[in-house]
Design a protein around this ligand. Structure first.
Ligand code: SF4
Length: 680
């Protein structure tokens, strides 16, 4: 048996574990790492089972090309030459921006860096993006505007040091289980106060000192109401506001419109709940905000994030252990994919494409000319452009928009209109059914590289076994495409050489190298080879200098319940599955635990409608209808439905609305109007 220390391919918590390989070179198990700072000898159920899918018979093992409407095996030469010639042909006919590249939060930092380099340096377009657009683009923009850096301010270990934790829009014990465990330990062992603001009675809510079940989408009113109480009762941190922030008068002006009575009415809760939360949060020495996609996935997602930042600054809870604004990133490397510039408007390290000095720097480093200056299409706007016939070709690495993007019929229309689609992945997906070329990629267990966890920790990914069949690592495929397109600047002997290049052009990764991240990783910013990394951001000074109060007024969600569609539908994940289910649904243990698509419905609603637990029902919105199993539960609040989006046979995103935050372009996955009927 051989044991290889690597990083979990599922959530952004970033547990490291050992992959266990037998003498035949077959993956046979996973063992936790006792030494790892986050895992501490533990794993959640997904981590324990993170080896099953690797050898699943469905793995893509050979390149495929669509010929006469049918996918047929092809050689790597044929497939890659076709990709390059089709992309070049499309650009010659329709311009550089007629093609787009979807990078992936599941692939390594090195591969994301190369995808954005391929798009920008070789194909001269900023049409490159990845699924952070669908989960935390509002965090990146909201926290950059207020603090100057769009990442989790503190470390996971800080969860054990806070005196009060406000968890909002995060089902932490299910989505980031080991972070959830830290919170539970702090509450039960140290008596830390826990406030949960969530419509659902999630597991943490059962332990909370206060559980507020506001109406979905009223976060800004709720947070403004809390700040109103803090200011009117003189509980704000006056010294912090004076010395560390700006724009406070503007905040006060807007917040004055949200006395607890008005905020409570908007939120559908009592004024007392708002007052109690405000007093508890403001009274703590070290108070922390933890949030996830319940905050970000709204048409006012950026406003929600800014409001969390406002509350933290108002109470002086930034820059110290046990405090901060802590967005929990969903996928293993969504933080890293953002850091690497797999976003439409920035190079690696969030260096803006519109800045001529930055472009000049990258032109020099990459030995190219005329890098495109305007931000490109995002994942969401690229789908719109394809549906309108403006975007012609799409290269999709490790993404599954047919399952993950809102309003599946709209995505289908886009896929059908595209003239050429490349899908590079480890498994066939609903998206690959539309591909003209399929490129088989190596899994995380078959390659070297790095992932960056939610706490900005850059950690190693190590090859434990050989790639299956003819599959190749994503970075090798991308380099091959670049060379066939006539570019010589993407030749590397190893993933480590790519990271060395990243470090030279990306100040926040300036001191990162494979030698230094060998066992526990390094938290960025890590500016040079002697820099120890940064567990807590904004100590003494914000990344932008002063923290910017950015008040927001409450705006209702785009589609609210009415007579015809009386329920609010919210979507998300469940404990046993991950994202579009590509990997977890191919793990027999995980799929056995949660096998059918389902909707959570409250006991009251189920009684009224005569729906019993595990009955099949139809959920419909203005976009379509799906058949799912009813989970009748007190987790759900009356009038609100919750559906996970992992199930191809009951796709939640057939129902969701394609309404976007105007700044972050993130879809409103958490609120749309729905109705239900029995299927039996
Ligand atoms: Fe993997 Fe997240 Fe579970 Fe840790 S908590 S084992 S990173 S899925």
């Amino acid at each position: 048996m051989k044991k290889v220390l690597t990083t979990c391919p599922y959530c952004g918590t970033g547990c490291m574990f050992y992959l266990v390989v037998d003498d035949d070179g077959t993956l046979v198990g996973v063992e936790p790492s006792n030494e790892h700072v986050v895992a501490k000898g533990q794993l959640c159920v997904k981590g324990w089972n993170a080896y099953h899918f690797v050898n699943h018979p469905d793995r893509l093992t050979q390149p495929m090309i669509r010929r006469n409407g049918k996918m047929e095996p092809a050689s790597w030469d044929e497939a890659l030459n076709l990709v390059v010639s089709k992309f070049k042909e499309t650009q010659a006919k329709h311009g550089n921006d007629s093609v787009a590249f979807f990078s992936s939060a599941k692939t390594t930092n090195e591969e994301n860096y190369l995808m954005m380099k391929l798009a920008r340096a070789v194909f001269k377009t900023n049409n490159v993006d990845h699924c952070a657009r669908l989960c935390h683009s509002s965090t990146v923009l909201g926290l950059a505007a207020t603090f100057g850096s769009g990442a989790m301010t503190n470390s996971i270990s800080c969860m054990e040091q806070a005196d009060c934790i406000l968890v909002t829009g995060s089902n932490t014990t299910e989505q980031h289980p080991l972070i959830g465990s830290r919170i539970i330990e702090n509450v039960t062992n140290n008596g830390a106060k826990l406030i949960v603001a969530d419509n659902r009675k999630i597991r943490l809510a059962r332990l909370a000192d206060i559980h507020v079940r506001w109406k979905n989408g009223t976060d800004v009113a709720f947070l403004n109401g809390i700040m109103n109480v803090i200011i009117s009762e003189g509980l704000e941190d006056k010294e912090f506001i004076k010395t560390r922030t700006e724009n406070y008068e503007e905040l006060k002006k807007i917040i004055a419109d949200y006395p607890p009575e008005r905020a409570a009415e908007i939120c559908g809760i009592t004024p007392k709940e708002i007052v109690d939360v405000a007093r508890m949060f403001a009274a703590a020495d070290k108070a922390m905000i933890v949030y996830s996609m319940g905050i970000t996935q709204h048409t006012h997602g950026v406003d929600n994030v800014k409001s969390c930042a406002n509350l933290a600054m108002l109470t002086g809870n930034i820059g110290l252990p046990g405090t901060g604004v802590n967005p929990l990133r969903g996928q293993n490397n969504v933080q890293g994919a953002c850091d690497m510039g797999a976003l439409n408007g920035v190079f690696s390290g969030y260096q803006k494409v519109v800045d001529p000095t930055t472009r000049e720097k990258f032109e020099k480093a990459w030995s190219v000319e005329n890098l495109p200056a305007e931000p490109g299409l995002t994942i969401t706007t690229a789908i719109d452009a394809a549906a309108e016939g403006k975007l012609k070709a799409l290269y999709i690495m490790g993404e599954n928009p047919m399952m993950s993007d809102p309003d599946q019929n709209h995505v289908r229309e886009a896929m059908e209109k595209l003239e050429f689609i490349v899908v590079q992945d480890i498994f066939p997906t609903p998206t690959s059914e539309y591909a003209d070329v399929i490129l088989p990629a190596a899994s995380y267990a078959e390659k070297n590289g790095t992932f960056t966890s939610t706490e900005r920790r850059v950690q190693p990914v190590r090859k434990a076994i050989e790639p299956v069949g003819q599959s190749r690592t994503d970075w090798e495929i991308l380099c091959d495409v670049a060379q066939r397109a006539g570019y010589d600047g993407m030749k590397y002997n190893s993933a480590s050489e790519i990271m060395d290049e990243v470090a030279t052009v990306t100040p926040i990764y300036g001191g990162v190298s494979y030698e230094r991240i060998d066992q526990v990783g390094l938290q960025w910013p890590c500016l040079d080879k002697d820099h120890p990394g940064t567990p807590v951001l904004h100590s003494g000074k914000f990344a932008r200098g002063l923290g910017m109060f950015s008040p927001a007024a409450y705006l209702p969600s785009k589609e609210l319940p009415d007579e015809q569609y009386p329920f609010v539908l919210s979507t998300g994940r469940c404990y046993f599955h991950f994202h579009t289910g590509t990997m977890t649904r191919r793990s027999q243990m995980l799929d056995r635990e949660e096998r059918f698509p389902y909707v959570e419905i409250s006991i009251e609603d189920a009684k009224e409608l005569g729906i019993y637990d595990r009955a099949w029902i139809y959920v419909a919105t203005r976009r379509g209808e799906v058949k799912v199993m009813a989970h009748v539960t007190d987790v759900a609040k009356k009038g609100v439905l919750f559906m996970p989006f992992h199930f191809e046979e009951g796709p939640a995103n057939l129902l969701t609305i394609n309404a976007l935050d105007p700044i972050a372009k993130i879809p409103e996955y958490k609120v749309c109007a729905a109705k239900i009927r029995s299927a039996e």
